[in-house]
Design a protein around this ligand. Sequence first.
Ligand SMILES: [Mn+2]
Length: 283
Amino acid sequence: MSEEAEIPADNVEARRFRTIFLSDIHLGSKAAKADFLLDFLRYHDAETIILVGDIVDGWRLKRSWHWPQNCNDVVQKLLRKGRKGARIVYIPGNHDSFMRDYPGVHFGGIEVEMNIIHEAADGKRYLVLHGDEFDVVVRNAKFIAHLGDWAYDMAMLLNVWIAKVRRALGLPYWSFSAWAKQQVKRAVNFIGEFQNVVAEEARRHHVDGVICGHIHHAIIVDIGGTTYINTGDWVESCTAIVEHFDGSMELIRWHNIGHVTPTDGPLVPIRLLTAPIKEPQAA
Ligand SMILES: [Mn+2]
């Protein structure tokens, strides 16, 4: 693919940011929304791209190899941004923990770090880490974690069918599994507990905030004077955190933007409207 292919067909310039934070892409799992992410990366550029873990899903790949072309495209896209001068930092998560054997290593222009302190343009300092170390379920009971993994597979399967039906009816994308998970997690107040524990960790490091992923719940929120930021994921919600050049942080929900109609006066023209997601078995 030539470098020219980088320019979107409609000649729209990418939005530029100081930093883009992405996590929980889960490349290698069937649920990964690689096409959505490719679309996002086409329209968003940054001086620094920080990958906040679970970029590749080693758990899934170990069980069965699922690596379609769009997974390669995502990797190529990121590497190309690196070649064009972006600094790319890879902080491994629990699903790509094999990368944790390489702290401080640079490969293909990508730096691997266990966690970093990110200093924003406004001087605020953020601890950046994946966050699974605070997930008691994952840490204390690998068995339960894998059971959770199985239940997750089932929800994802259901999700694919619901998405197909909704698309056939002309309805916008809606994630059943995201909704279901939200209900379950709300019931046990898992999210709230996780956020509190991680914010506490940030205070322990004497930083202004924390940026993490892992629980697939994107948010920017103040917790007792500490800014808690979660990058969300690219299997359900398709979210990213961007830092503007003044240091302010913004949460972008790409699939919401991806479905605004032209009459709504979209901020960014959407490629998804002209290039729909490919179905493996198009009817
Ligand atoms: Mn994780």
